[in-house]
Every structure is written in structure tokens, then in C-alpha cells.
Write a protein that binds this ligand. Structure first.
Ligand code: PEP
Ligand code: MG
Length: 324
């Protein structure tokens, strides 16, 4: 099997009816890029920048961040690299920020909420990203966006920093796409409105599932409710993809679900454009997609979206996609 996969390393990903989708990787550090290339990643769909901030006792400087982002972009050459701005809080703490304990950290002061209030931290990161943008194909993504106002505010700060850098005589790429993670149900419901303003969506199912089902992603006692294939999740995912395509934008997914063999046939049929997963899942996913017909999977869409339970979805997909 490994040998079969290896042959596909330098191929693009096409379904049996010749439709291309992008298989990208999730990374946490510049050192992860070699694994992406060895496994034939067509891009990076999620660079989690938290690790730059964690495991130390102070904020990373603009230059430290510039070095990390430039390194990733250079190694990936002209392949797309989606960098997510700081997503701290929730399960990820930063001792030196001295944030108060919260009753519900996953519903609290985290990610873009923190960045918009501590815009000193946010601006430093955006400057580092903008400066690095000349070294590759950078796309910037904001995490945990719940409202259009948050997106507009974040984008306005980005625009300001771009103007500041230009004024300082520093070069910045002028074609940087700016998108959001869709990981809050309100945003998935409002995808039509968001799609008019963002350049792309990346669906963060790890959080989207926990918020939609109201089941903590770390709590084993409610893990039975953490259901990726629940028709509620599929309908939200479909809404996001349809909204993107209506506005001529692209939609990806960077939650664990994107690399899952039962989810892949469904997502292919719903028209997902980019699947971002751990590097080790890329070649198995490419192999699977080569054997799937996108148009056939699309023909099951209405039936899948109107199913009653997660179990119904799984049984149906296993049969139609030839699993087991
Ligand atoms: C997600 O929520 O699906 C996601 C990719 O982000 P994280 O797992 O880092 O919260
Ligand atoms: Mg998330």
C-alpha cells in the first residue's frame, strides 16, 4: 500500500471523473514542511501559529515571526500557504498573558476576540506576515470569527498595517487572499453574507462540531454526541460551500474531518475545493479520491442532507463509496 501511495506523491488529486481538488496539510512549525512535501501536499491549508507563542515566557517578536513565516513560504515555493492568526485561549493557554480563569474557556476570550482587544499582539503578527508575503503564496486566515463586524475590524487592521509598511518602504505582496475559519455555527448559517466579503472559507470542524452539538471536544462523557456525520453538520458544511461558490470563492476544510475516509466521499460530493489534513493522511486520501466519481457523489447530496441520523449517513456512504 505504501508503495502504491508513494507513486502518487507528485501527482495532483483528481477524482475518477477528472475533477481536481486540492489536498493540503495542517502544520504547526516550519519543521513540519518537509513532511508535507514528502507526502505530496499541494499546499498548506492550516498553519497553526500558536506554537510560536507557546512554550516560552514572552511574546515572539516581529522578526522571530517573520523568520518562521518566511521559512514556510520559501519551502513551499509557489504553493498556497494559509496562515491562521493567533488562536490562543480555550484549551491553549499562555501563562505570560495572565488571562483570568473562565467558567467556559471554549466560549470565552480567545482567538480573534483576544486579538481585536490586544491589537498590539495582533498588529505584530500581521506585520510579520505581510513582510513575509513576498516570499511565497500567502493567504491569511482569521480564527473563531462569529460576526461580520469582527471580520471587518480584523481586515481593517490588516489594511492599516499594510499601509504602514508601505509607508516605511517595506515590500508587501498585493494579492494576499484574506479568509476566515468557519467554526462557529452562526458563521456557517450566515455564510451567504460572509461570502460577499471574504476571499475564502476554511471549515474548522473540530470546533464546529463541538459548538453545533454543544459537546465539549475534550469531554469523553459526551463524546457520543461529537458526531461529524450528523446531518446537522453536513447541512452547515453544505451551506458554507454553496455560499462560497455562489460568490465565486473557494471553500476548504482544515478540521480532522477533512482527512477521514467516510467524510471524504461526502465532502467531494458537496463540492469542497480544498481538504487540509495531517501530512500522513494526504497520500491515502489521494488514493481514495482517484477511485471516487465526484458527479456520482454529488448525486447523493439531497438524500444525505435529509437523512435522520449519523448512523444512516455512515451506512449509506460505506455502501456507495465501497468502504469495507
Ligand atoms: C478546528 O477547529 O477545526 C481547527 C482546525 O482548529 P483547532 O483544531 O486548532 O481549534
Ligand atoms: Mg478551531
Amino acid at each position: 500500500k505504501k508503495q502504491e501511495w508513494a507513486k502518487l506523491k507528485d501527482e495532483t488529486t483528481v477524482s475518477s471523473d477528472n475533477e481536481h481538488v486540492e489536498l493540503a496539510a495542517n502544520i504547526g512549525t516550519p519543521d513540519d514542511v518537509s513532511g508535507v512535501l514528502e507526502n505530496g501536499g499541494e499546499g498548506i491549508g492550516l498553519y497553526r501559529t500558536e506554537f510560536l507563542y507557546m512554550g516560552k515566557n514572552q511574546l515572539p517578536t516581529e522578526d522571530e515571526q517573520f523568520d518562521a513565516y518566511s521559512s514556510v513560504l520559501k519551502q513551499m515555493e509557489d504553493k498556497p500557504v494559509v496562515v491562521r492568526t493567533l488562536d490562543i485561549g480555550g484549551d491553549k493557554e499562555l501563562d505570560y498573558l495572565d488571562l483570568p480563569d473562565e467558567m467556559n474557556p471554549f466560549l470565552g476570550f480567545r482567538a480573534i476576540r483576544l486579538c481585536l482587544e490586544r491589537d498590539d499582539i495582533f498588529r505584530t503578527q500581521l506585520r510579520a506576515l505581510l513582510r513575509a508575503s513576498v516570499h511565497g503564496n500567502l493567504k491569511i486566515m482569521f480564527p473563531m470569527i462569529a460576526t461580520l463586524d469582527e471580520f471587518r475590524e480584523a481586515k481593517a487592521i490588516l489594511t492599516e498595517e499594510k499601509e504602514n509598511l508601505t509607508r516605511e518602504g517595506k515590500e508587501v505582496a498585493d494579492d494576499i487572499e484574506v479568509g476566515i475559519m468557519v467554526e462557529i455555527p452562526a458563521t456557517a448559517v450566515m455564510a451567504k453574507q460572509f461570502a460577499k466579503e471574504v476571499d475564502f472559507f476554511s471549515i474548522g470542524t473540530n470546533d464546529l462540531i463541538q459548538y453545533t452539538m454543544a459537546a465539549d471536544r475534550m469531554n469523553e462523557r459526551v463524546s457520543y454526541l461529537y458526531q461529524p456525520y450528523n446531518p446537522a453538520i453536513l447541512n452547515l458544511v453544505n451551506n458554507v460551500i454553496e455560499a462560497a461558490h455562489t460568490e465565486g470563492k473557494w471553500a476548504g476544510m482544515c478540521g480532522e474531518m477533512a482527512g477521514d475516509e467516510i467524510a471524504i466521499p461526502i465532502l467531494l460530493g458537496l463540492g469542497l475545493d480544498e481538504f487540509s489534513m495531517s501530512s500522513s493522511s494526504i497520500l491515502p486520501a489521494r488514493t481514495q479520491i482517484l477511485g471516487l466519481s465526484k458527479s456520482e457523489m454529488s448525486s447523493f447530496k439531497d438524500e444525505l442532507l435529509s437523512m435522520n441520523t449519523s448512523e444512516d449517513v455512515v451506512a449509506f456512504v460505506k455502501e456507495k463509496a465501497g468502504l469495507e
